[in-house]
Design a binder for this molecule. Sequence first.
Ligand code: EZ4
Ligand code: CO
Length: 412
Amino acid sequence: MRIDKAEVIVTSPDRNFVTLRLTTDEGHVGLGDATLNGRELAVVAYLKEHVVPLLLGRDPAAIEDIWQFLYRGAYWRRGPVTMAAIAAVDMALWDIKGKAAGMPVYQLLGGASRKGLLAYGHASGKTTDELFDSVRAHLEQGYRAIRIQTGVPGLKAIYGIASQGADAGDADVRYDHEPARRGALPVEEDWDTRAYLRHLPGVFEAVRNEFGPEIPLLHDGHHRMTPIQAAKLGRSLEPYDLFWLEDCTPAENQEALRLVRQHTTTPLAIGEIFNTVWDFKDIIREQLIDYVRGAVTHMGGISPLKKTLDYAAMYQIKSGMHGPTDISPVGMAAAMHLGLAIHNFGIQEYMQHGARTNEVFQQSFTWADGMLHPGDQPGLGVTLDVDEAGKYPYAQAYLPYNRLHDGTMHDW
Ligand code: EZ4
Ligand code: CO
């Protein structure tokens, strides 16, 4: 078998997605997600200019060799643009291998280790009342684990809080699902860590009082704290039994987690912006985290993320793959196949794509009783309707950023 066509398809149904579509001489089509939120076209150029010409004529069965060729052969390793591009190739090749074998990808990865994947959704609200409504809406949708994000008194706008979308008056702005916003420039938000640290424990106390002790609750700190602030937050949240505290400190400084770890038993999750096993190596070996947040799309594909998670398994560290709406349905499918197959699955983030996205990408996964399953179609189980995709041209969109009250840029 040979790869005889490689197309890079950009579409923006509810938001921007970059998809690599490989076709073989035997007519098999493989899809890979290469979406890098807010920097999408850099990956498009990387793929079109430097990867597509290297793929044509190759045997698509040689997944590991092609991965090593693209990673080692470039000399310039790692980084979000490079690794999203390689991830798309890896996913598309697993998709083709599955279709050629007549098997879903999870079977090729060792078969199902469980019936389905526990998934968590994003509840949020500016106020505690709005937050409670959002939690109730998620429970009605069947979610059995919920991330809690809330407004902070004195701050105007915070990432991931639903009601800002309504304020913006723009039906296309899905703040309830995703903070990226279409427009020529990113939106500025404000931040005050001390106000946040004062406010959050009371919110979790209220949520536990209202919804009981059983439901797994999660929280995303979005890289905003110093190590000592993160330690303090982790400790103050201990009575509310979090499933995890995510990205408590900026991810570049992995040693920061040692300090956090010494002070709190709140479980820690990190890694949605990590690209390779090297970003995880020390924090896994030192057991500084409990969950690996890497996404298939941003970690270079199914192959390297499986290796990373197998390594994590030796330390009882589990998966918690990133699953926001900027992971395309193809990237989500890849995560579901991998999560179903590995022994150390923890939880899957699941935000739900919009109706237009689901028309562009037809998907075989199921969502029932709070659990995801990738389905049993050969390959990844996603088809891309190219005509439908063509209706939605690329639209510039950025994540927001934030500044402190004195104007200083802060971590987002
Ligand atoms: O900010 O997906 O845990 N989820 C998150 C997301 C990320 C975006 C970045 O592209 O933190 O909302
Ligand atoms: Co996050």
